[in-house]
Every structure is written in structure tokens, then in C-alpha cells.
Design a protein around this ligand. Structure first.
Ligand SMILES: Cc1cc2nc3c(=O)[nH]c(=O)nc-3n(C[C@H](O)[C@H](O)[C@H](O)COP(=O)(O)O)c2cc1C
Length: 458
């Protein structure tokens, strides 16, 4: 409790204000430090409602774990660690006749001295403290009727199965589904995801896990940095210096030399809509459309496009979403770039979401203000994973690299400034677009605007 009567959650030098509560409510919430039974939360009194509000606020900030505790053995059976802000433990209702199986995205692994059950689909991870539960999970690698499971494990907790199901660790199958575990878990967009690709996507972005992201130098004390230049191999060296290209350098080489990252923008002289149109037209617009014959036996013909940057398999799965903060001639807002029609289409994102997106970019660049235009590069994953197994997500990231360099060069050519951004929040994007994270989501970002420092067109 702070001097002004408000309650704050404090960790190191970070403090989060959680609002004002009565002394009685704070006393009632005291056992939160070790465990407050969820069943004790509902209640109509003012104190009960205050405790409920405090608990929900803590949950929304990811500050609660949920313990399944065995009073008989006086130890935890499972501890649930939420990974998304909305997680709340609500067990799905189950009956003896239901058939369950482990999701193909769920995996058990060692974390420090614990065993954790994780899944890129789940909003929480489950710390498995009782080996008997790991045995039940192993049994669930094949579809199992609950009555059957109960015969094998007498102490099986149906509530836990309900929590595993509601969080997406388990799937419930119809009788007719039994043989098609992959095609019966989720929609076609999910079927196309390989396990490692979805894990990689959710763990290398923000929004669906709680680990530190970005330049944390986590093991700097244990491992020294690698040298900037690779030590040369001992073999005979052929100097290329004498073979240097004649001066002056070609316009393309000059453009490569002029390219650099710009993080601070001149907000009194923002990028204009015609410049934005030129930038998008030069870098991302559809140049032509063509059809190939059927790619697979019995399939129909597939439409492809050509665009200014190269893309694996000509799939062109990348889409551009623009968070516009300051562009002369274009209202502040969130837009999709229709690359076929060369047009910007407004999306209904809230001002808070737009601010959050721009603020995260400002933070990532350690900039003095938000970028004038923040381009989120999103992927329609199914467009590329329909064809490629094992390498689909890596191809998406390589395509992002091609696109980012194209952006850098176009910005330099136009005398604009830009900067790639290495992180994106897939949960925020899902909220802004209403699209599920496995259907279409951010894989890269690029800040664009007029540099605060004079830049010379390439
Ligand atoms: C994939 C990628 C991610 C990047 N992420 C960030 C970032 O999050 N924040 C940032 O300030 N710069 C970011 N940068 C910009 C680099 O820091 C910059 O390219 C590098 O320091 C070289 O400087 P230059 O671009 O001015 O030549 C990123 C660049 C790339 C290619």
C-alpha cells in the first residue's frame, strides 16, 4: 500500500499502480502472496467486489499464477502461468463419454528444475509438479475416452483436464474424427502450420509469451561478445582491393552507400500522401497477375502476382498495414495497403491501440517520438505454407528481409528516412484487425518519415 492509500505492484524499480482499495479489501487479499482460493472471490459485498477487481487487475497485467494444490500431500500439483493478458482459468465442462487428445502443438520440456507444458496456441503454460500428470499427458498422445483415462489414473482431476482443454493444450474429438488428428484440430489455416513454425512465430514476437524480448544481454556475464569481424581462415588470400570498380560509383552503389537507419523524424515537415503513394508504388505494388496450371494433381489453377521485390515461390504472402501518425494529406489512423488496387483502406482500430502500436515502435528505436508512418509487414501464412513444408516460416522471414531492404533503398532514393524494427506484437495486431494470430500476423516493421536531420537524396 502506498502513502496515498493506493495499491501498487512493485518489482525492482518498476511500479504499477493498481488503484484504491479499502483496508478490509487489502486484508482479505493478503493471502494472494501464497494462495487465495478462486472460489472465495465471488461475493456481493463491497469488500468482495474490491478483492475481485484487484485480482482481475493483477491478472490482466500477468501478475498472477494459478496453483492447483493438493491439501492431502501439501504440495502443488500444477501451477498455471498465464502468457496472455486475457487468460483466466475457466475449466471446460467434460463428461465421461468425451474423447480427448493432446494438441499436436503441446510439448513438455525442462525449464530450470521444472517440467513445463507449453503450446503456442495456449494462453498459459502449465508447470507440471506431479509426474503422474506427465504420464496422463503421455497417454493422451492417443485419443482417450475420459472414462478410460479414469480407469488408468484413479486420482485424475477432471477439473485439470477441463483447464487443459479450455487453454488449447488438449483437443476434444468427435467419434468420426479419431484418425485425423491434424485435420481435426482447428481450421484450415491451423492445419497448414508445422509445429516448429508456430512455436518459432509465437516465441520470436511479442504478445503470446512472457519472456524478455529484445536486447536483454541475458548471458553477457557468462559469454563474451563475438568479434565484429570473423577471424580470417588460414588459407591463401586473394586480395580484391586491386580489382576495385572504377570511380565514380554507379547510381546503385551510391544508393547502397546512402542507405542508413533514421529513427527521429521532422514532425513540422512530415512525409506527404503523394510521397507515401510513390513509396508504396515503387516498393510493394502488384505489377502483374498471372495464372499457373494446377500445382497439385486434381487441383485448380493458382493465381500469382509479380511485385518489385523477390518472394519465395512467388507466393507474395506479405501484406502491409500502415499506422499513420503524421502524414500530410492523410488522416491519422490504421490502414491496409491494397497492393492490387494501389489504395489505402481504413481499418477500425481504436485510438488506444494505434497509440500503443506507435509507442512500441518509438520504444524499440529509442526515438524521441513516434514514427510518422509505421509499416507493419504481416504474413498471410497459409499462402506460403500451402506449398512448403518445414521451411514455410523461414521463407516468410527471408521475404521480410527482401522487403525491408527494398524499403530502405526506396526511402534513401526519395530522400526519406526509415528504420527496420525487430519486434512486433502479434496479440495487439490480432486485436486491431480481428484476425486470429495463426491466420495473418506481423512478421516485421518499418518506420518511415522525413528525417529530423537533413538527408541528401541518393
Ligand atoms: C531486421 C532488422 C531489425 C532491426 N531492428 C531495429 C530495432 O528494433 N530498433 C532499431 O533502432 N533499429 C533496428 N534496426 C536497424 C539497425 O540497428 C541498423 O540497420 C544497423 O545499426 C546499421 O545501421 P544503418 O542501417 O544506419 O546502416 C534493425 C535492422 C534490421 C535489418
Amino acid at each position: 500500500m502506498q502513502a496515498d492509500g493506493s495499491v501498487a505492484a512493485v518489482s525492482g524499480d518498476t511500479s504499477l499502480n493498481l488503484g484504491q482499495y479499502s483496508r478490509a479489501a487489502i486484508e482479505r487479499a493478503g493471502p494472494l502472496a501464497t494462495g487465495l482460493p478462486l472460489a472465495s472471490l465471488p461475493g456481493r459485498s463491497i469488500v468482495a467486489r474490491q478483492v475481485h477487481a484487484l485480482v482481475q487487475r493483477l491478472a490482466r497485467h500477468g501478475l498472477l499464477d494459478y496453483r492447483l494444490f493438493s491439501p492431502r500431500d501439501a504440495r502443488d500439483v500444477v501451477v498455471i502461468e498465464p502468457q496472455i493478458a486475457e487468460y483466466w482459468p475457466e475449466p471446460a465442462k467434460l463428461s465421461n463419454g468425451d474423447t480427448l487428445a493432446l494438441s499436436r502443438f503441446a510439448y513438455l520440456r525442462r525449464r530450470d528444475n521444472e517440467m513445463v507444458l507449453e503450446s503456442p496456441r495456449a494462453g498459459a503454460l502449465f508447470r507440471i509438479c506431479d509426474p503422474a500428470i506427465a504420464a496422463t499427458l503421455a497417454a493422451l498422445s492417443r485419443p482417450q475416452k475420459i472414462s478410460n483415462l479414469r480407469r488408468q489414473a484413479a486420482a485424475l482431476d477432471i477439473g485439470l483436464l477441463g483447464l487443459l482443454l479450455s487453454s488449447g493444450m488438449l483437443i476434444k474429438l468427435d467419434t468420426k474424427d479419431r484418425d485425423g488428428l491434424r485435420v481435426n484440430e482447428g481450421d484450415g489455416n491451423l492445419v497448414l502450420w508445422d509445429f516448429h513454425d508456430l512455436v518459432f512465430h509465437t516465441r520470436s514476437t511479442e504478445g503470446r509469451h512472457t519472456d524478455p524480448v529484445g536486447g536483454a544481454y541475458a548471458y553477457a556475464a557468462a559469454v563474451p561478445p563475438l568479434p565484429a569481424l570473423r577471424p580470417p581462415w588460414p588459407g591463401k588470400s586473394v586480395s580484391l582491393d586491386k580489382l576495385a570498380l572504377p570511380e565514380p560509383a554507379s547510381p546503385f552503389v551510391q544508393l547502397l552507400r546512402a542507405r542508413h537507419s533514421t529513427r527521429d523524424f521532422d514532425d513540422r515537415n512530415p512525409v506527404t500522401l503523394p510521397e507515401l503513394a510513390q513509396f508504396l508504388g515503387a516498393t510493394a505494388r502488384v505489377l502483374s497477375e498471372w495464372k499457373s496450371g494446377a500445382d497439385v494433381d486434381g487441383g485448380s489453377e493458382v493465381t500469382y502476382t509479380s511485385r518489385p521485390y523477390p518472394a519465395a515461390g512467388s507466393a507474395y504472402e506479405l501484406e502491409l498495414y500502415l499506422a499513420v501518425s503524421n502524414c500530410e494529406g492523410l488522416a491519422r489512423g490504421f490502414y491496409h495497403y491494397d497492393a492490387g488496387g494501389h489504395a489505402l483502406v481504413t481499418l477500425d482500430a481504436s485510438p488506444e491501440q494505434l497509440r500503443a502500436l506507435l509507442a512500441a515502435a518509438e520504444f524499440s528505436m529509442d526515438a524521441s517520438g513516434p514514427p510518422q508512418v509505421l509499416i507493419t509487414i504481416a504474413a498471410r501464412f497459409g499462402r506460403i505454407s500451402w506449398k512448403y513444408s518445414s521451411i514455410a516460416y523461414s521463407l516468410v522471414l527471408k521475404d521480410v528481409g527482401c522487403m525491408i531492404q527494398t524499403f530502405y533503398l526506396a526511402a534513401a532514393d526519395m530522400g526519406l528516412g526509415g528504420c527496420a524494427i525487430g519486434t512486433s506484437n502479434i496479440d495487439l495486431f490480432a486485436k486491431m484487425t480481428g484476425l486470429e494470430f495463426h491466420v495473418e500476423g506481423p512478421v516485421g516493421q518499418f518506420a518511415l518519415g522525413r528525417s529530423a536531420h537533413r538527408s541528401i537524396p541518393g
